[in-house]
Ligand binder design. Structure first.
Ligand code: ADP
Length: 190
């Protein structure tokens, strides 16, 4: 199995690009944000726990998302691999992922990182708020906290993956089509 990580700040276009990537390369898209929003919509205990953290722009505990990921790995069949979107988000989660894959002598195939500047993060999220109506896109304070959380907890992962030689960065400031064709050019190598 191939294990691709789609990396980047909130609003970089991960979800949009993921849809095209999974179709072209026969991958299963796993978005931890989407899985968490489903739990919230279902009113589960896990969803209840996650909601206040997500609405505050904080991260949910590592164990919760790690459990979700591992159960997806175990149940999904018939694909070439997985496209992880929104996971790992901390160096602890990256280490947990490596341990999970090591159990079956597997490893991360490549990291595809879509980068945009902070100013564009706000613009993109505001635009999305008017379309998708996500609670965590609605308030400026939540958006600021998500950007801060990204820089503090998630951005250091670039160093983690640069050290493994698996890190690939794509400029995410172009149009959807421009970014997509850059991503496809990169993915074709794996
Ligand atoms: P975005 O890409 O806009 O940041 P996501 O849909 O990926 O949005 O995530 C929404 C929220 O879900 C995050 O702000 C965070 O609170 C929570 N979340 C998603 N993935 C993780 C993760 N791997 N670890 C911890 N929290 C997560």
């Amino acid at each position: 199995m191939k294990y691709f990580i789609l990396f980047g700040p909130p609003g970089a276009g991960k979800g949009t690009q993921a849809a095209a990537m999974v179709e072209k390369y026969n991958l299963r898209h796993i978005s931890t944000g989407e899985l968490l929003r489903k739990e919230i919509a279902a009113g589960s205990e896990l969803g209840l726990k996650a909601k206040s953290l997500i609405d505050a722009g904080a991260l949910v505990p590592d164990e919760i998302v790690e459990g979700m990921i591992e159960s997806e790995f175990k149940t999904v069949k018939g694909v070439e691999g997985f496209l992880l979107d929104g996971f790992p988000r901390t160096t602890e989660q990256a280490a947990a992922l490596d341990r999970m894959l090591a159990k079956t002598s597997e490893e991360v195939t490549a990291v595809v990182s879509i980068m945009i500047p902070d100013g564009m993060i706000r613009e993109r999220i505001k635009h999305r708020a008017s379309i998708e109506g996500r609670a965590d896109d609605a308030s400026d304070e939540t958006i600021s906290n998500r950007i801060a959380t990204y820089h503090e907890k998630t951005e250091p992962l670039t160093g983690y993956y640069r050290n493994t030689g698996k890190y690939n960065e794509i400029d995410g400031t172009g149009t959807i089509e421009e970014v997509r064709s850059k991503i496809f050019g990169l993915m074709d190598r794996f």
